[in-house]
Each structure stands twice: as structure tokens, then as C-alpha cells.
Design a protein around this ligand. Structure first.
Ligand SMILES: Nc1ncnc2c1ncn2[C@@H]1O[C@H](COP(=O)(O)OP(=O)(O)OP(=O)(O)O)[C@@H](O)[C@H]1O
Length: 263
């Protein structure tokens, strides 16, 4: 049985002067341990779908289930990593990682052991007593990932987590994430608008359309890992997905022109 199932999911946002159909007829199944990327240009509903799976903002139609249970709000089975490193600035790295476990009232010794293990796993040992402001963007995002891993959720939801990082740091963290995913067997749903990032990471890439947000292509990636971005199969797929994404980008641009004309 699939772990995450979206059935006929719709999401309509109503604003003062119009309605935006952010998601329409979304049917998607994600198996336990699968790495799935949601890909598409800005405004095609990627974050809306991720937030619906997270339970932050529920669909206006259809249903999403996790392990057979309808999602009605956030839960400990789903951890979220955002683009903006949502760390507490007044806590050290170690305290940030420990925070969720303290909220869960775990034993002190257990918290200490988990924190040490995660500091080690994410190469953060030398930074345990630093504050977020003294860390680079990449380091902060490592802490954000460690913080979610501390809660041991079987599902990780990631909203453009590496979008603000420079290319080299981004590749490092992508490799790190793949290593963790292979080691820990998590299910990952990862939002990106980078075609290359999606091909580098995912088992499956779900390409979305712009307004309404529907599934344009559900693409399996069979290229063996580690994937070589200069390889033939990688570039073939990049070209094909690039074509699909460009079509939606163009619809976005046309829409903006129309709106500008009305204003
Ligand atoms: N709270 C809201 N109220 C009204 N419209 C919204 C709201 N949130 C999102 N939308 C609209 O829904 C559509 C989908 O937005 P969403 O943020 O999910 O897209 P996205 O693909 O994640 O884009 P980005 O890559 O820019 O984050 C957009 O047209 C957006 O303007």
C-alpha cells in the first residue's frame, strides 16, 4: 500500500476579487521510502500540495491519506524542512536539534545521545555551540535537517530547501541528503523548480501545470546513482523536462501579461 495517497485533491484560494484554483484533480501515490520531487515554475501549486500533505493547509476537495489515515493537520509522522532555515536564533546548534525532543518530553540521556548522533551524521560536531547567525547558509540548512531527523518522522517534506544556497554548497547538501535517505529509508517529498536538482535526486519527478495546478507528467528516473549531470541519459531527460516546464512558464508569463493589462 502506498504511504501517501492524494485522491482527487483540489485547492481553491478565494481572495476579495477572484478565485485561484491552485490544485485540481491531483491523484498521486507515494510508496514508503520513495524520493519524489514536485517540479514546476513558480505558482503551479507545488508548495500548496506539500502544505496539504503536511496538514498546514487542507485541501478544499478530495482527500490525502498517510498510512491510510486522512490528513487533518500536522503530525509527528511528517517533518518539514523549509527554504528559510527555521531555526531559533537564541539557541545553539545543539539546542536547536534537541528542541523537538524536549517538547516530546524525552529523557535527557536519550536527547543527548540523539543530538550527538545527528551532529556526527551531519558533520556539525565542531559547530554544536554556535548560534545560527554565526553559520553559513549551508550549515544552517544542515541544522534544519538534523532538527527534523531528530523527531524520526518516517516522512520528510522539503520545500525548496537548497534554493538559497550557492551551487557548490547545494550539490554537497544534495549528496548528503541522498546519503541520509539511503541510510535511514525515509520517504521524501521535495519541492524544487530546478530541473537538474530533481533529476539528480528523485526516483520520480511529478511535473505540475500552472493554474490550475494539475499533474502534467509523472516521470520515473531510472538513471543509476550517483547520477552524472553531464551524462547522456541525464541530459536527455533534462531536455524533455525542460520542454514541459517551459510550456508552463510561458502560461505563467501570459497570465501575468493579461493581469497587467487589466490593472
Ligand atoms: N494564501 C493564498 N491566497 C491566495 N492565493 C494563493 C495563496 N497561496 C497560494 N496562492 C496561489 O496559488 C497558486 C499556487 O501557489 P504555490 O505557492 O503553491 O505555488 P508554487 O508552485 O509553490 O510556487 P513557488 O515556487 O513560487 O513557491 C499561485 O497562483 C498562488 O498565487
Amino acid at each position: 500500500m502506498a504511504q501517501i495517497v492524494a485522491s482527487n485533491v483540489q485547492k481553491v484560494f478565494k481572495t476579495a476579487d477572484r478565485e485561484v484554483v491552485a490544485l485540481k484533480d491531483i491523484d498521486l501515490e507515494i510508496a514508503r521510502g520513495e524520493f519524489v520531487c514536485l517540479l514546476g515554475p513558480s505558482g503551479c501549486g507545488k508548495s500548496t500540495l506539500l502544505n496539504a500533505v503536511a496538514g498546514f493547509s487542507l485541501p478544499t476537495g478530495g482527500v490525502i491519506t498517510v498510512d491510510g489515515k486522512p490528513v487533518q493537520g500536522p503530525g509527528p509522522d511528517r517533518g518539514m524542512v523549509f527554504q528559510e532555515y527555521a531555526l531559533f536564533p537564541w539557541m545553539t546548534v545543539a539546542e536547536n536539534i534537541a528542541f523537538g525532543l524536549q517538547v516530546q518530553k524525552k529523557q535527557k540521556a536519550e536527547i543527548a545521545a540523539t543530538v550527538s548522533q545527528l551532529l556526527e551524521m551531519l558533520n556539525l560536531k565542531d559547530f554544536r555551540d554556535r548560534f545560527p547567525k554565526d553559520l553559513s547558509g549551508g550549515m544552517r540548512q544542515r541544522v534544519a535537517i538534523a532538527r527534523v531527523l531528530a523527531l524520526d518522522s518516517p516522512i520528510m517534506l522539503m520545500d525548496e530547501p537548497f534554493g538559497a544556497l550557492d551551487a557548490l554548497t547545494r550539490r554537497n547538501l544534495q549528496d548528503e541528503l541522498l546519503r541520509l535517505w539511503e541510510r535511514l529509508g525515509k520517504t521524501i517529498l521535495f519541492v524544487t523548480h530546478s530541473i537538474e536538482e530533481s533529476i539528480y535526486l528523485a526516483d520520480r519527478i511529478v511535473v505540475m501545470t500552472y493554474r490550475p495546478g494539475t499533474i502534467k507528467r509523472d516521470q520515473r528516473v531510472d538513471i543509476p546513482r550517483p547520477r552524472d549531470p553531464s551524462g547522456h541519459a541525464f541530459n536527455e531527460l533534462k531536455r524533455e523536462l525542460g520542454r514541459l516546464v517551459m510550456e508552463e512558464q510561458q502560461r505563467h508569463a501570459d497570465d501575468e501579461m493579461k493581469l497587467a493589462a487589466v490593472d
